[in-house]
Design a protein around this ligand. Structure first.
Ligand code: NAD
Length: 338
């Protein structure tokens, strides 16, 4: 498969490394409006074909899929261009900042009969996959409660300065991943109640969010996120989990320790590998980039919908929207309101 990547910024470097590790895939073209970033990535990854303009890149063609690694404002026009060009599409999260745009992108890919996957990589972390395997295999019975927790004091703003500037921050940027993990474990949610708070005075959006979800299957979960939490050990960027089932409990604790208490009781170290191009503490996220991109390639080859397809991601985005509405209005919001 030949691919093209748009947006040679902070996170795209991981995606370019991961593409290099996947057999049968070659990135043949790069695009960025920023000449310096474009030239740097082209040199680092030895990719000679570069474009400042995405429309021009699609017009020249010569690739089967596009990896859109830009921030949200460009997603709708770029996904539409990609669908019109008849290529498969991966688009970074947040997929859209409103559901209408997200639905329009799903419709565009459907009309073109092309695969559209959102780069929603958090559920693809190997430690999360190990915990998912425990729960889905029935080891703890029927899950009735989950806690999905991401609390940190890590400075994310130096690498991603735009995160300090938006009216929305933690739910839209990070909570979206943790809500998606909650969905992966407990299924879609019917309703959500959320509170938000801004602790850091130097940013515009909220850096603390606490959300209570009622899942369609009857389970309840708490999704709690904070970038205002100083703790030892600093767990960035680990998601900690606690799932109670009718016959046992699974926990993923700090330091990637998975313990299962139930039919079988055991603890296992699920520390992720540090890939050759990865560095701590980002290594678990970097590994998940490789895994999700391999999933995309496999799905395209087999004609299957990716787990985190554009259509699937509508449910995660609906939770994000409902969480902001709940926090603003101080009430529980039903997902059917959207
Ligand atoms: P960034 O600002 O560092 O990079 C984005 C790049 O896209 C910039 O170089 C910019 O010039 C380019 N760009 C924007 N619009 C363009 C267009 N229309 N045509 C060509 N180039 C264009 O941003 P980032 O921190 O790399 O984040 C990118 C996306 O990745 C964001 O949506 C962010 O939420 C997401 N992200 C995901 C994860 C994850 O774990 N999945 C982690 C970090 C960031």
């Amino acid at each position: 498969m030949k691919g093209a990547l748009i947006g040679c910024g902070f996170f795209a470097q991981n995606q370019l490394h991961a593409w290099r590790d996947i057999d049968g895939v070659e990135i043949v073209a790069l695009c960025d409006q920023d000449a310096g970033r474009l030239a740097q990535s082209a040199a680092d990854f030895n990719i000679t074909r570069t474009h400042a303009d995405a429309a021009e890149m699609f017009a020249v063609g010569g690739f089967d899929f596009v990896d859109i690694a830009t921030t949200v404002p460009s997603h709708l026009p770029l996904v539409k261009m990609a669908a019109e060009a008849g290529v498969h599409i991966i688009c970074q999260k947040p997929f859209a900042d409103n559901l209408a745009d997200a639905r329009a992108m799903v419709a565009a890919a459907d009309a073109a009969q092309k695969t559209l996957m959102v780069h929603e990589n958090f559920r693809w972390q190997s430690a999360i996959q190990a915990a998912l395997y425990v729960v889905k295999s029935g080891s703890i019975g029927d899950p009735f409660f989950g806690r999905f927790s991401f609390r940190s004091g890590y400075d994310v703003f130096s690498g991603q300065p735009y995160l300090a500037e938006g009216a929305r921050f933690i739910i839209e940027d990070l909570g979206i991943h943790i809500l998606d993990i909650a969905r992966a474990f407990l299924g879609d949610a019917d309703r959500i109640a959320a509170t938000t708070k801004r602790v850091n005075p130097n940013i515009k959006g909220e850096d603390v969010a606490t959300m209570l979800l009622t899942h369609a299957g009857g389970a309840t979960s708490v999704v709690d996120c904070s970038y205002a939490t100083r703790r030892t050990p600093e767990t960035f960027p680990e998601t900690l989990l606690e799932i109670d089932g009718t016959e046992g409990t699974a926990r993923l604790d700090a330091g990637y320790q998975l313990s299962v208490t139930g039919k079988e009781t055991h603890s296992v170290d699920v520390n992720p590998p540090v890939l050759s191009w990865a560095e701590k503490p980002w290594h678990n996220i970097q590994e998940s980039v490789l895994t999700i991109q391999q999933h995309f390639v496999d799905c395209v080859a087999k004609g299957r919908a990716p787990q985190t397809s554009g259509a699937d991601n509508l449910q995660t985005l609906a939770l994000v929207e409902a969480a902001y509405l709940s926090a603003a209005e101080g009430r529980t919001v039903r997902l059917s309101e959207h």
